[in-house]
Design a binder for this molecule. Structure first.
Ligand SMILES: [Zn+2]
Length: 325
């Protein structure tokens, strides 16, 4: 898989340009609150400033995160009305939906079903938190017959899911109660949501309250110790405020899960794009080894490294499987 197939550079750069403008409009004058590392609560160290947002690294667990943070209301306003959010939901989505369905969502649907089977959860009701346009839910239904329940607060997105005849709970997770959900064992999933969360611990605490003993939570997010993020650092297009606030890693996410009372079953990094992202952003690479590598390595060497990066836990795309004990 190539980055261009799921994030065409022309459209993605336009989105990032709009997002940069929006940071001034929606966060420029907003109150900010200081906090500690979202994974382990250690006080962080300054890393860099990007588009007016300060990123810190944790000296204990090496998470990368925005601190201080604009108050949550600023993010709500941004996500509901900003030009870049509109662009993402319309132009970006329309132009990339079918490619993303094939390249991302079909494999992800299979991976989730395989993972559920591995942890004896094949019979669980599947619940997709932040289901967006419902592509994952559709693929699950296409492949396995039964649609997941989608939790999606956005009115526009909830309509899109209903038009696809997907069951939707149109609420923010913090307003969902156990009565909104079906009885019986459940597996919750969320994809590329965790890095956006204003308060990851509060999210996990809320989710824990909706889970019964034995229920699973499977989520994907960005790992800040992944190769492309480490090599590009503040110039990484993944490190973009106001969207991406939390970059945990396989070790730090384990600390967070333990702190919130989850049983950590597996943290893997099944990413496929680190090397391709470095190739596409070669001028911004900070490190001599990776500069030389992307300039001279053969396709076969790049593929071998990508596999090794993913299998050893050093890709920037991370998947976490945990259980309520
Ligand atoms: Zn930490």
């Amino acid at each position: 898989m190539k980055e261009e197939e799921i994030r065409p550079q022309r459209i993605f750069d336009e989105y990032l340009r709009l997002a940069k403008q929006d940071t001034g409009t929606y966060f420029g004058e907003v109150e900010k609150v200081s906090g500690a590392c979202p994974a382990c609560e250690t006080v962080g160290e300054h890393a860099f400033v990007k588009y007016g947002f300060t990123y810190e690294t944790c000296p204990n667990c090496h998470s990368l995160y925005v601190n201080p943070r604009p108050v949550a209301e600023a993010f709500s306003k941004y996500y509901t009305e900003s030009p870049s959010s509109q662009f993402w939901a319309t132009t970006f989505y329309k132009e990339t939906a079918e490619a993303r369905r094939e390249k991302l969502w079909k494999p992800k649907a299979r991976l989730i079903r395989d993972t559920m089977a591995k942890y004896a959860a094949a019979h669980h009701t599947l619940i997709d938190i932040g289901g967006g346009f419902g592509l994952f839910a559709e693929e699950i239904r296409n492949l396995f017959g039964q649609a997941p329940i989608v939790i999606e607060p956005g009115p526009h997105l909830a309509v899109v899911c209903r038009e696809k005849s997907l069951p939707v709970i149109q609420k923010f997770l913090e307003h969902v109660t156990p009565d909104d959900l079906p009885k019986g064992p459940k597996t919750f999933v969320s994809f590329e949501l965790f890095e956006h969360l204003h308060d990851p611990a509060a999210f996990l605490h809320q989710l824990n309250g909706l889970m019964a003993t034995g229920d699973l939570f499977i989520f994907t997010t960005l790992s800040g110790s992944g190769v492309d993020i480490q090599a590009l650092w503040e110039d990484s297009k993944s490190v973009t405020p106001p969207h991406h606030l939390n970059f945990l890693n396989p070790r730090s996410v384990a600390l967070l899960l333990e702190r919130l009372g989850f049983q950590n079953l597996a943290v893997t990094t099944p990413g496929k794009l680190d090397i391709d992202i470095l190739v596409n952003n070669h001028a911004a690479i900070k490190d001599r080894f990776w500069q030389t590598f992307v300039a001279t390595a053969t396709d076969a060497e790049k593929a071998a490294w990508q596999e090794m990066i993913a299998s050893t836990g050093w890709s920037s795309h991370m998947m976490v499987v945990c259980r309520k004990p």
